[in-house]
Design a binder for this molecule. Structure first.
Ligand SMILES: Cc1ncc(COP(=O)(O)O)c(C=O)c1O
Length: 391
């Protein structure tokens, strides 16, 4: 192979404890995960509401397949858009109190697609929170917009940047819940700044939807934002809603524009109607089964209360709790030791997080129970406690 950097970069990742590989699972969703015949309690999945194995979703999927087949077989502008896709878009627009909504096959594609579509020239300024997801960074920095990043959640730095910007169109880009820390962004503060500076606001709520808000509408509803045509919401289906895909909710004009100009939307096969049907079933459960959100909150409190005081965690207010391990080596060691004790969770290392901020990413779902949580906390105290003592 002629790309000589491949060998050297892989070798570098290996020596730095940053090499990534996949694990072929026998079963990967739900409370229990099976790998090479062994069962583990799964603290790695984003199935926050515990819906991935729910009968309502499965039967909706099967009904969808029987009615529409396995694929939508073309893009939405050709023959891929059905009444079910339309019903899902209307349900989401209603739920998020947005004028209109548009479906995408993945959240990555929604983020990068929308930001590259809106970032058409240098008179547009993008202002991204430093911890924005890779798909937002790619979309922004691969577009023609002038993209800058502000310190995580630092509204006064953002405000200064906006004051000093001569850009004609401004878009603030941030998340509702940050995927590696589980902290909730000050979305309401961002909205105030956006309104003050006549900027637009794009909120990726991949990890907030389902978990926050009285019916799981996410961070924007929880913080009771003043809405307007400046606001663009993005939600994903592959996490709390336990299906696949994403939606952009915003003004009628924006959605119409994306249908006509967003290359990710136009030149990609629409999500299968069966997936849209299962997502409708999922949203209905999410809207009514409040106990799932209450359980996540109670289990998260229990987990935090059981960890030793010497163990540092992220400032989480969601399903995601980061347990800092210090070095990458410690993160990998703890992941392995916890696996030996029957827990499956993921070591998160640079470049996903800053150097020195490696961590175990614990995701707590409505399917876990008190015993799972207490036992995990005890094992982390033991395994990570030893690492920290030997440092
Ligand atoms: C904050 C955030 N945005 C977007 C995405 C991408 O969503 P999807 O998995 O649907 O592509 C993710 C997934 O990891 C995410 O964490």
């Amino acid at each position: 192979m002629t790309f000589s950097f491949i060998q050297s970069q892989i070798a570098h990742q290996k020596t730095q404890n940053l090499y990534r590989s996949r694990k072929e699972l026998d079963k990967g969703t739900g409370r229990l995960l099976i790998h090479q015949g062994e069962q583990y309690i799964n603290f790695s999945s984003n199935d926050y509401l515990g819906l991935s194995q729910h009968d309502d979703l499965k039967s909706a999927y099967i009904r969808g397949i029987n009615q529409f087949g396995c694929s939508s077989s073309s893009s939405s502008l050709v023959t891929g858009y059905t009444k079910v896709h339309q019903e899902l878009e209307e349900l989401i627009a209603d739920w998020l109190e947005a004028p209109k909504c548009l479906l995408f096959s993945t959240g990555f594609s929604a983020n990068s697609g929308v930001l590259s579509t809106l970032g058409q020239n240098k008179s547009t300024g993008y202002f991204l929170d430093k911890l924005s997801h890779a798909s937002l960074i790619d979309g922004a920095f691969n577009s023609k917009a002038l993209s800058r990043r502000f310190k995580h959640n630092d509204i006064s730095q953002l405000s200064n940047m906006l004051s000093n910007s001569n850009c004609e169109d401004k878009l603030i880009v941030a998340e509702g819940v940050y995927s590696m820390d589980g902290d909730v962004g000050d979305v309401s503060g961002l909205n105030d700044v956006a309104i003050k500076h006549q900027a637009n606001l794009y909120i990726d709520d991949a990890h907030g939807v389902g978990v926050l808000g009285s019916t799981g509408q996410g961070t924007i509803a929880q913080q009771n934002l003043k809405k307007g045509s400046h606001l663009i919401q993005m939600i994903t289906f592959g996490k709390a809603l336990a299906t696949q895909g994403a939606a952009i909710a915003g003004s009628e004009e924006l959605i119409d524009y994306l249908v006509n100009r967003c290359r990710d939307y136009i030149y990609s096969t629409a999500m299968p109607a069966a997936n849209a049907m299962a997502t409708i079933a999922s949203i209905k459960l999410c809207q009514t089964e409040h106990w799932r959100r209450e359980k996540i909150s109670a289990l998260s409190q229990l987990f935090k209360s059981k960890l030793d005081a010497s163990i540092e965690i992220t400032d989480s207010q969601s399903s995601i709790i980061g347990v800092f391990t210090g070095s990458e080596e410690n993160a990998l060691y703890c992941q392995e030791q916890l696996k030996n004790r029957g827990f499956w969770l993921t070591a998160i290392r640079p470049p996903t997080v800053e150097k020195g901020k490696s961590r175990l990413r614990v995701t707590i779902t409505a399917n876990h129970n008190d015993k799972d949580i207490s036992e995990l906390a005890n094992c982390i105290n033991e395994v990570l406690g030893k690492c920290l003592q030997n440092k």
